[in-house]
Design a protein around this ligand. Structure first.
Ligand code: IPE
Ligand code: IPE
Ligand code: MG
Length: 237
């Protein structure tokens, strides 16, 4: 362990908005999709780094419920990238590293069946792994997640007076995923963009100027170092 790693307080749950692929590509005179390809490599690096650092939960924003507004060709590219690279190409290695993969988001008609099948296979393959949990937020939005949770609660016939924070948490896409400790966004944007807003109610937020494709272990450690310096109070003293 390096001197630096020794001083880090490693958050249990890190959530990451992987932003800036398009701008990374534009700066290099490349296509936006080249930025996404490079972003997939960065995701792989960050997963390895988080696993090495002992992070228990890593949740990454791969496709938002609002990203359907992009041109169909870019949407199709992102669907294929998640299917063939993030899931198919990497899953054996993730499995070998004892990483458990989860996927949260809406399984609606817009997501190709092939992708849903690949999600199910990958989740099934890795479900008994006991190392880090990598959760891929895909066709995910916090507002949709809350709407879906409220629908489930109403359908279950629970009385309004029995609805509390615990009940809502228990009806999110995956009740086992804990609240977020460290919420990171790359690319110099200071927005939530509908990512884990319920779970990040008391998260420490770190905004990095780096475009996502340039993200590496050192930058992740920078964010964790910043987290280590924060004093969390949770409303107390
Ligand atoms: C993030 O990069 C990746 C996804 C949203 C899938 P962007 O594609 O948003 O890149 P910028 O923000 O346009 O640079
Ligand atoms: C958030 O980034 C979504 C993902 C990283 C998957 P966006 O680039 O879509 O967010 P906005 O449009 O800048 O808010
Ligand atoms: Mg963006």
């Amino acid at each position: 362990m390096s001197e630096r790693q020794h001083n880090l307080i490693v958050p249990s749950h890190i959530a990451c908005v992987m932003d800036g692929n398009g701008r990374w590509a534009k700066e290099r005179g490349l296509k936006r999709t080249d930025g996404h390809l490079e972003g997939e490599e960065a995701l792989h690096r960050v997963v390895q780094a988080a696993n090495d650092l002992g992070v228990e939960w890593l949740t990454v924003y791969a496709f938002s419920t609002e990203n359907w507004k992009r041109p169909p060709s870019e949407v199709a590219f992102l669907m294929k990238l998640v299917d063939e690279s993030v899931l198919l190409k990497r899953r054996d290695e993730l499995h070998e590293k004892n990483v458990r993969v989860k996927v949260i988001g809406r399984r609606d008609w817009r997501v190709p069946r092939k992708v849903l099948k690949r999600i199910d296979e990958t989740v099934e393959l890795t479900k008994d792994n006991t190392g880090m949990t990598l959760t891929i937020a895909f066709n995910y939005g916090s507002q949709a997640e809350l709407v879906d949770a409220v629908r489930k609660i109403i359908d279950s016939g629970v009385q309004a007076s029995d609805v509390d924070e615990k009940r809502i948490s228990a009806n999110l896409y995956d009740a086992a995923i804990p609240d977020v400790d460290l919420w990171i966004r790359t690319s110099g944007e200071y927005r939530l963009s509908n990512f884990m807003t319920w779970q990040a109610s008391y998260a420490e937020m770190v905004f990095l100027d780096t475009y996502w494709p340039d993200m590496d272990k050192g930058q992740l450690e920078d964010a964790i170092e910043e987290f280590s310096r924060r004093h969390r109070r949770f409303g107390g003293l």
